[in-house]
Design a protein around this ligand. Structure first.
Ligand code: SF4
Length: 232
C-alpha cells in the first residue's frame, strides 16, 4: 500500500462512527477542485515520504479500543494493488469497521471488495453529469463508473453518492442530470466546495455556494431521489 498520511481520529468521515482516516497515494482523476492534489501523483517526489504500513498497524494496535473503524480515502484507494489484503487485515486482525471513499472507476475491483463483505460504508463521488466527466477523467473510465453505480444501487450496502459542488462548474441543470443518472439511489449528499489548496489555482479565489443555493440544489435533486442531504 502506498500510504500518504493518517488522521488519527475523525468523527465526521464515517457516519455515526469514530474512525481513523488513512490516505492513499495516487489518483487517476484530476478534479480541478481537488484539495488533496499532493495525493494525485502515483510516484511521489524525492521530498515526500510515504507512511510505512507497519507504522499504521502499530497505531491501530494501540488505538483500536478508541476507534469504531477506519476510513480509507485518497487519492484513489482502488488503485492500490493490495487494497483487499490491507482491508482484510484491518477487519480480521483488528475487528474494525471499514469505510471506503472512491471515484468508482474500477468496477471489477469494487465488485470484488463488495462481494468479499469488506465494506461497511461506501462513499462514491459522482463528480458531474456523465457527459462532463471528460473534464477530469481519462476516456474509458466512464463506463466503469456507470457499471459501479448500477452495482451499488442494486446492492444491500450502506452507501452514499455525493457531489462536491463548485460555483462555475455546477448549477441546477447539472444537479438535475446527476440526480437523474443515480435515480433509485438510497442517499445523496450535496457537499459545498471549499477554496483551499485546490489543484486548479484559479479556484483558490472561487467562493463557496450560499446556503440558499445549496437548498435550491436539494429541491432539484429531491424530485428524483429519496434522501438528499446537504453538507455545508
Ligand atoms: S478529488 Fe479525489 S478523485 Fe478528484 S483528483 Fe482529488 S483525490 Fe482524485
Amino acid at each position: 500500500m502506498q500510504l500518504a498520511g493518517l488522521q488519527k481520529t475523525s468523527v465526521i468521515d464515517f457516519p455515526d462512527q469514530i474512525s481513523a482516516v488513512v490516505f492513499t497515494q495516487g489518483c487517476n482523476f484530476h478534479c480541478p477542485y481537488c484539495h488533496n492534489s499532493q495525493l494525485i501523483p502515483m510516484k511521489i517526489s524525492a521530498e515526500q515520504e510515504l507512511m510505512p504500513e507497519e507504522y499504521f498497524f502499530n497505531f491501530l494496535k494501540q488505538r483500536k479500543a478508541l476507534l469504531d473503524g477506519v476510513t480509507i480515502t485518497g487519492g484513489e484507494p482502488l488503485l492500490q494493488s493490495d487494497l483487499k489484503e490491507f482491508m482484510l487485515k484491518i477487519k480480521k486482525e483488528h475487528q474494525l469497521l471499514l469505510k471506503l471513499d472512491t471515484n468508482a472507476a474500477n468496477f471489477k475491483k469494487l465488485k470484488e471488495l463488495i462481494e468479499s463483505d469488506l465494506i461497511d460504508y461506501l462513499a462514491v463521488d459522482i463528480k458531474f453529469s456523465w457527459s462532463s466527466y471528460q473534464q477530469l477523467a481519462p476516456p474509458g473510465l466512464l463506463s466503469e463508473i456507470k457499471r459501479s453505480v448500477e452495482l451499488i444501487i442494486n446492492s444491500d450496502l450502506d452507501y452514499e453518492f455525493r457531489t462536491t459542488v463548485v460555483p462555475g462548474l455546477h448549477d441546477r441543470e447539472e444537479i438535475k442530470k446527476i440526480a437523474q443518472q443515480i435515480e433509485n439511489a438510497e442517499n445523496y449528499f450535496i457537499q459545498n466546495f471549499r477554496p483551499v489548496n485546490t489543484l486548479a489555482p484559479e479556484l483558490r479565489k472561487q467562493r463557496s455556494f450560499a446556503p440558499s443555493e445549496l437548498q435550491e440544489f436539494k429541491v432539484t435533486a429531491d424530485k428524483y431521489l429519496k434522501n438528499v442531504h446537504i453538507r455545508n
